[in-house]
Design a protein around this ligand. Structure first.
Ligand code: PLP
Length: 375
């Protein structure tokens, strides 16, 4: 199998597995208990928190563990909106967000919030000036992702953070795809809330985090025994948290991934006629290549690739299979034909040049076959 779908999920890293295993037997205690074994479990959680605090440049009291990116997005947005609703009920976001953000905002609209969904350019980038223009006196939250899951396009979150701060508006970023793949210094970037997920960086599924700056008030969304300093109840997923931190410490070499991606992109664009790269060529994650291949259906190409043991995707894991054109490519102004002929390949540090060569050759054959049938 050649796996080029790392934006959907990643293989668990060996170091993450090694960190997790003792938490299932030797170190299985509930971190909230008072005996020494519980202290050991608690230490695992707190040492992991320290790893993320250091990585994000924040205090460890600003890190809260969750069940993943979706929960972190829901919590950040609903928690901030509810906490600030007396100040205002307007939220600014953009159209290419993940559905964990878009659908949470839709749910807030039903509760009387007003949401501005900003357009992006053809390169997938949101102009920070558009955010500035959209801000109002009653705007309480700006939510703009760090990197897009379909195209890998990076948003100018530093500039957007500055604008939000100047306006006294809370700034949330969904960094699920960017986290670990680029430096994210939350203080320098003026980020108040940041969502991240473990299974996109070689950690286990079902665990993530929310960074919440000490100055940002949000309401808890999950009530119970008062874990995570009363902000997110539920017995901690100790093995998951340990695996997440171990994966973060063993992050892939971004330069190596970028080099492979550029080699792949170069080969596809030069050797297959009528292929367009979707998303900005420079401002994007090291691992994602999204292309549209004129005249062929992305789904059909994927099925042929899949029969050869090659795993890729047409867009986000959540929307692929629905037959709906990607909302991300649509927002970039592309017609249905370009959206439906798109393919996403997402690489990781384990991929090799040989794999990329095999996939390129397979792709050339498949596209050639389809075009012959259609001509
Ligand atoms: N946000 C983005 C940008 C994502 O790519 C994903 C997952 O695909 C999520 C949120 C949801 O994360 P999780 O799968 O951890 O719930």
């Amino acid at each position: 199998m050649i796996y080029l779908d790392n934006a959907a999920t990643t293989k668990l890293k060996k170091k993450a597995l090694d960190a997790m295993l003792p938490c299932f037997d030797l170190n299985f205690a509930n971190p909230s208990a008072i005996y020494p074994a519980a202290g050991k479990a608690r230490r695992v959680v707190e040492e992991s928190r320290e790893v993320f605090a250091e990585g994000l440049g924040c205090d460890r009291d600003e890190i809260f563990f969750t069940s993943g990116g979706t929960e972190s997005d829901n919590w950040a947005i609903r928690g901030a909106a509810e906490a600030l609703s007396r100040k205002g009920r307007h939220i600014v976001t953009q159209k290419t967000e993940h559905h964990a953000v878009l659908n949470t905002l839709e749910s807030l609209k039903r509760l009387g919030f007003e949401v501005t969904f900003l357009d992006v350019g053809e390169n997938g980038i949101l102009d920070p000036a558009a955010v500035e223009m959209a801000l109002r006196r009653d705007t309480v939250l700006v939510s703009v992702m760090a990197a897009n899951n379909e195209t890998g396009v990076l948003q100018k979150i530093g500039e957007i953070g500055k604008i939000a701060k100047k306006n006294g508006t809370v700034f949330h970023t969904d960094a699920v795809q960017a986290f670990g793949h680029m430096k994210l210094d939350v203080k320098a970037l003026n980020i108040d809330l940041l969502s991240a997920s473990s299974h996109k960086i070689g950690g286990p599924k079902g665990v993530g985090l929310l960074y919440k700056s000490i100055d940002t008030d949000i309401l808890p969304m999950i009530f119970g025994g008062g874990q995570e300093r009363g902000m997110r109840s539920g017995t901690e997923n100790v093995p998951g948290i340990a695996g997440f931190a171990a994966a973060f410490k063993d992050i892939d070499d971004a330069d190596k991934v970028r080099e492979l991606r550029d080699y792949f992109t170069g080969r596809i664009l030069s050797e297959i006629p009528k292929v367009s790269l979707n998303g900005d060529r420079e401002l994007r994650l090291p691992g994602i290549v999204n292309v549209s291949i004129e005249g062929v259906k992305g789904e059909s190409v994927l099925m042929r690739l899949s029969s050869l043991g090659i795993c890729a995707s047409t867009g986000s894991a959540c929307t692929s299979g629905t037959g709906e054109p990607s909302h991300v490519l649509k927002a970039m102004g592309f017609d249905d034909e370009r959206c439906n002929s798109s393919l996403r390949f997402s690489l990781c540090g384990e991929n090799t040049k040989e794999e990329i060569d095999s996939v390129t050759e397979a792709l050339k054959d498949i596209v050639g076959d389809f075009r012959k049938i259609l001509s």
